[in-house]
Ligand binder design. Structure first.
Ligand code: FES
Length: 351
């Protein structure tokens, strides 16, 4: 089998390895084919039909995300018939979608909304039965609103293929099709680990992070590194009125892509907790009382020196933390070895 094949897309030739889809080949040429159910890190599903193209020898319009490129293939991505078909697909999706965009957490960040704008879908001509579901919000982390679901299956595939939890899948068939945990239960009580990767993959407001759902649109996003462990995942703190209101992941992150654990995605509310220690505490007469850093550090230094003098340096040990930076961990082992004089240094991540 040849290791490259050449096809023509919109009059331009491109060579790709066998197995490449027409969508991927078009993107190599910088040709934009709209997609909805497609995510580059997931198995192509061909569910939404937004990526329709014409290919000589292929009957009707074909989904570019699942159509394999073939040698000599001639593809068109932007004819009037294609634009009309794509717009019709989006119009049909909107016909069965709540029209509450202004109140939706994904307003201006919704892929369905953007597709409608890009494809010129200004009004919906179709009226008929609408799906009616109650949102599932009986957990602290994720709001699942099946009325906003476009059945793209991105959450199903990301849960299965990337997070490998297999919590979400299809239930019912035809008009009643919907995405749910097994036996159509709520997320709370299913095998969900609340990593929120499905939220990051959802193109609409069908899956939303509850903190952000309740806070409304953030003012800005600030890229930072998760403080919870040594993996160093990157995420965006969502900030509103000077307060951190939630976390979103970004598939372009070099460390973790769209993946985060439940702590990184949902455990950041401690930042503004009134229970946080803001001053050192020293135990006096059996109770902790606030004190100055000078007094606290002086007390620690005196006690360590006293123990070392009475029992030797190996009577002292330090346990470092994955929640510290590399530099802080380096400093602690240096302090124990060079100042205290012991090799009794360990790290919580080694457990
Ligand atoms: S993006 Fe190709 S069918 Fe959905």
């Amino acid at each position: 089998m040849a290791d490259r094949l050449t096809l023509t897309i919109d009059g331009r030739q491109v060579s790709v390895p066998p197995g490449t889809t027409v969508l991927a080949a078009a993107r190599l040429l910088g040709i934009n084919i709209p997609t909805l159910c497609h995510l580059a890190d997931l198995t192509p599903e061909g569910a939404c039909r937004v990526c329709l193209v014409e290919a000589d020898g292929v009957r009707g319009l074909a989904a570019a995300c699942t159509l394999p490129a073939a040698a000599g293939m001639v593809v068109r991505t932007n004819t009037a018939a294609i634009r009309e078909a794509r717009a019709l697909v989006v119009e049909l999706l909107l016909a069965n979608h709540p029209a509450d965009c202004n109140a939706c957490q994904r307003n201006l960040d919704c892929e369905l909304q953007r597709l409608a704008a890009d494809l010129g879908v200004r009004a919906v001509r179709f009226r008929g039965e609408r799906r009616r579901y109650q949102p599932d919000d009986a957990n602290p982390f994720i709001v699942r609103d099946n009325e906003k679901c476009v059945l793209c299956g991105r959450c199903v595939r990301v849960c299965k293929e990337v997070q490998v939890c297999n919590v979400l899948d299809w239930t019912e068939r035809g008009f009643a099709s919907k995405v749910t945990p097994a036996f159509d239960t709520a997320l709370d009580g299913s095998a969900c680990v609340f990593c929120g990767t499905c939220v990051s993959a959802c193109p609409t407001g069908a899956l939303a992070a509850k903190p952000l759902y309740e806070a409304g649109r953030p003012d800005k996003k600030v890229r930072t590194t998760c403080p919870f462990c040594g993996v160093g995942c990157n995420f965006d703190l969502n900030v509103k009125d000077g307060q951190v209101v939630g976390v979103t992941s970004d598939e372009t992150s070099a460390v973790n892509g769209r993946l985060l654990c439940v702590k990184g995605r949902f455990g950041i509310d401690y930042v503004h907790s009134p229970d946080r220690l803001t001053a050192p505490l020293v135990k006096k007469d059996g109770a902790f009382v606030e004190t100055s850093w000078d007094e606290a550090l002086g007390l620690v230094a005196a006690r360590l020196a006293g123990i070392k003098a009475a029992h030797g340096p190996d009577a002292i040990a330090a346990l470092s933390s994955a929640r510290c930076t590399n530099e802080e961990n380096y400093l602690l082992q240096k302090f124990m070895r060079a100042v205290v004089g012991t090799n009794n240094i360990d790290h919580c991540a080694r457990t």
